[in-house]
Design a protein around this ligand. Sequence first.
Ligand code: PEP
Length: 259
Amino acid sequence: MANQRAKLVVGNWKLHGRLADNRVLLQAVSSGADDLPDDVRVGVCVPCPYLAQAQTLLESGRVAWGVQDISAYTHGAYTGEVAAEMAAEFGASFAIVGHSERRAYHCESADLVAIKAERALEAGLTPIVCVGETLEEREAGKTEQIVGGQLDAVLARLSVESAARIVVAYEPVWAIGTGKSATAQQAQDVHAFLRARLAAKGDDVADVSLLYGGSVKPENAEELFSQPDIDGGLIGGASLKDKDFLAICGAAVAATAAR
Ligand code: PEP
C-alpha cells in the first residue's frame, strides 16, 4: 500500500550565499512555496550567519529554515562552534548532521554525529541525519553495512520517542554534486533497508521521513519521490536556483498526487 507520509524537500546551500543574493532566492522560494499543498513541507538549510536573514524573510511563510551542522556541545570553550540552541533562537527547525562532507573533511565519526543528533533534539530542532556510502564501498558490496552502521550509531543513542523525531537522508557520496544521481531503484532499495532498520527500533520510528539526496534535479525528482520509501529530498546545487528548487517541490506534489 502507498505510504501516507507527507513529503519533505530541504535545500542545503552548503558554503554559498551572500545577503543580496539570498534575499532574492528566499523571497522567490517563499512565494512559490505558498502555492504548495500542506502535505509537501519545504525547508532550507543556510550558512549560520544568514539565519537571522532567513528568519526575517521566511517567518510569515511556509518555508522552514535550518543549519547545516551544529556543535556536539551546548556551550563552553569551543571556538568556532555553533550550539543547537543558538540556531533554535533564530527560529531554526532543522539541523543537518553527518553530511558526508563533514564526515570526510572534518573527520566526524558516527558517534559524534549521534551526539549532534541528540543535541539537536534537545534544542527542539529536527536533525536530518545523513548516511551514505562511497563508490568504493558500493562496489565492494558494503552499502548496507556502511549506511546501517551510520544509522545504528544514532539510533543506539536515542530513546524510541526521540528516534521517532529524526529525519534520515540517504546520500550516496558518489552522487553528491556529481550530476550522477542514484537510479530510483538503487535509492529505493537502500531506503527500504533503512526503513526496516528504523522499524526495528520501534513502531513509531518506522514512519520517520527518509529523504534521498545526490544530484536531485527537476528532471529526476518525481521518479525518485514516487518510490514507496522515499519521502522527499535533500537538495544541494539545485536549491540555489529558485526555479529548479520549486520545480523539485512541484515534483513532490506530483508524486504525492500519484500515490
Ligand atoms: C547535498 O549536498 O546534500 C546534495 C545532495 O548535493 P547535490 O544535490 O548538489 O548533489
